[in-house]
Unconditional design. Sequence first.
Length: 215
Amino acid sequence: MYKFKAIAIAAVILVIAGCSTLVPGSNYGELVKKMMDASFRNEGIATTDRLIQDEANAACSEAQGGNPPEDKTEAIQQAALKSVRMPSDGKFTGDWREGEKLAQNGRGMTWSDKTALPKDNGGNCLNCHQVTKEEVSYGTIGPSLYHYGKDRGVLDPESQESRPIVEYTWTKIYNAKSYNACSGMPRFGHAGLLDEMQMKHLMALLLDPKSPVNR
């Protein structure tokens, strides 16, 4: 019994000692970098260059769950907004049926994939959002997207009347950091995860009145 207590006390001391090195102002960032570098390796198309953070992600990591300083937040959002490319042909929507397939597809960018081409990727929207009423399993990290277009009064996604909502939605899919510097949503267009046509299909899923999202 005494031996068990001694081991338990020693374990607690080690935990406390470990936590004391992770307080703000310590070398927390360097410790995390070393851990990440030691934990990952190149495997197929999944290479360790994914561990290299851009300025926006680095600032959000440094904030440790909070927000970067206001000036840095504004700079991140402005840079993200400038990165957004609107559809090359001026049309924002495709086929909602293809969009539904993309929303349900979580494949892509893994070590076992042959290529990193956008055509092989899914949107994996259900990992974070409710999309349609019929879905029985979905994530709740992000808000529900059910009735997304209907609640915003979008009767024709390509009309001028709908343009503010349509452009906002496109921008959010292309680079979500345009509106939220530390958004956890993938930057589908900016990072080349989906191509223009795939994003149009997702736009149709969200905005087309005939889509199950809006029925």
